[in-house]
Design a protein around this ligand. Structure first.
Ligand code: ADP
Ligand code: MG
Length: 435
């Protein structure tokens, strides 16, 4: 598991544990007070005196409640600052300090017999495994034992031995629970990490196999032609042409792999999408003509600007228009339409080609997915990655044997069209390139 994710999960779990902990804390504090101030005096009239005595303690009791309730907003504040881990210590330290102070006031300098403290202390011991944190567990056990040791010393009463013994008994039990929790959790985390590691290795394996396969073909044919040239001892321009083509293919593969392999920081600045598209169209013009393909464009009169990186966007459009051309081996039409629509600027690239089967669509953004004999299956993956880096999205609509539309949308920067949506039917009237 990557450590930032692990940290986030830890924080989220701690927040959940905190909620339960705070709830249980107040339930046990309030139940204990209801018991000692209301139920116990009602059942046992002998304790009426104590009740009267305790009523003097009503003001300090209210102050303690006020302090304890004020811990809720404080713990929320810590939680918001990604530090929910402080809450449990906060509650424990405040509770123990107020308990110690009240007990000192109550027993020191009086002849009242020291009676052991509150069951809320047991709550802390019993529920400390909620946090699966040994440090907190030790703090709780040491803190409570320490309080009894101090009170035993101050009041000179050996009676504190009993609560300490009970405490040690309970803490022994919770220690076992805590240990089980921790070892169980460690096992889960370890197996999760192992699985993630294996998945990573499998992914690297898949990439390596794909790359090897892709690179091997052009290399084999290059080697063959070099050997042939050596055998024939002559320069054959036909071979050189094929060799150059194969070298070109290797360059494309390596360039594409660089985009996925190395996360590059992209430098977004306002650029003209119109210029970018026109450049790509002009670049492919000759090739389209050779294949009897006509490219129509329908762009708004005004330049459409987005935040982007020119070179990378050109690469995306080049990939998509090339795919459209490759989808029409017998020629046809490709239409490029640029539309400002609400918060998005969208480029539709439509062809009347072979289309994509429904089961192929989920694989389009995957490396090495190709249905072409000489395809690399990298172009779309790289395009998706670049568009994602531009905070954009790609939608695909396709029908087998009818054609495909790729729609690439980017968050709008400025559009001077006043929300005029360019109508698809207005191809003829608009600025039109027939290439
Ligand atoms: P490549 O072009 O090397 O095959 P891409 O990643 O560019 O790799 O495309 C992956 C696959 O997606 C193609 O092999 C093809 O099957 C399908 N595809 C992409 N664009 C189109 C399109 N316009 N029409 C039909 N199929 C397409
Ligand atoms: Mg392609």
């Amino acid at each position: 598991m990557r450590s930032p994710i692990r940290n986030e999960i830890k924080i989220e779990e701690e927040r959940r544990a905190n909620k339960l902990f705070i709830f249980l804390f107040f339930v046990s504090v309030i139940l204990y007070d209801v018991y000692r101030f209301i139920i116990s005096p009602l059942i046992d009239p002998d304790t009426t005196m104590i009740l009267l005595n305790e009523s003097k303690a009503l003001i300090p009791l209210m102050i303690i409640y006020a302090i304890e309730f004020s811990l809720i907003p404080i713990s929320r504040w810590y939680s918001k600052r990604q530090q929910p881990f402080a809450t449990k210590y906060l509650f424990f330290v405040v509770f123990m300090t107020t308990a110690l102070v009240t007990e000192i006031f109550r027993y020191i300098g009086t002849d009242e017999m020291y009676a052991s403290g509150s069951p809320v202390e047991l709550f802390f011991v019993l529920f400390s495994p909620l946090f699966v944190n040994k440090r907190f567990y030790i703090t709780v056990v040491a803190g409570i034992t320490g309080k009894y040791a101090i009170m035993g010393f101050l009041t000179m009463s050996p009676i504190v031995v009993f609560p300490i013994l009970i405490l040690l008994l309970f803490s022994g039990i919770t220690f076992i629970i805590l240990n089980r929790f921790q070892s169980y959790l460690n096992t889960i985390v370890k197996s999760y990490e192992q699985a993630a590691h294996n998945e990573k290795l499998a992914f690297i394996g898949r990439i390596a196999t794909g790359v090897t396969h892709e690179i091997k073909n052009p290399l084999t044919s290059l080697k063959g032609f070099v050997q042939l040239q050596e055998l024939e001892q002559t320069y054959n321009p036909k071979y050189s042409k094929i060799m150059l083509q194969e070298l070109e293919r290797l360059t494309i593969i390596v360039n594409d792999l660089m985009v996925i392999g190395k996360p590059q920081s992209i430098n977004l600045k306002p650029i003209s999408l119109t210029n970018c598209l026109e450049y790509v169209v002009s670049l492919l013009q000759q090739e389209a003509e050779n294949k009897q393909i006509t490219i129509y464009t329908n762009f708004p009169e005004e330049q459409v600007q987005i935040m982007g990186e020119d070179v990378r966007l050109k690469q995306v459009f080049l990939n998509l228009v090339k795919n459209a051309m490759e989808a029409m081996p017998d020629g046809g039409e490709i239409r490029l339409k640029l539309v400002n629509d609400g918060d998005w600027t969208t480029i539709h690239i439509m062809d009347r080609g072979v289309g994509i089967a429904e089961e192929g669509i989920p694989h389009l953004d995957q490396a090495f997915y190709t249905t072409k004999e000489n395809g690399t299956g990298l172009g779309l993956m790289v395009s998706y990655k670049i568009v994602e880096d531009h905070h954009g999205k790609i939608d695909v609509h396709s029908e087998v044997n009818h054609g495909t539309t790729f729609s690439i949308s980017f968050p709008i920067l400025s559009h001077s069209l006043d929300n005029t949506v360019v109508n698809l039917a207005s191809y003829q009237g608009n600025k039109e390139h027939t290439l």
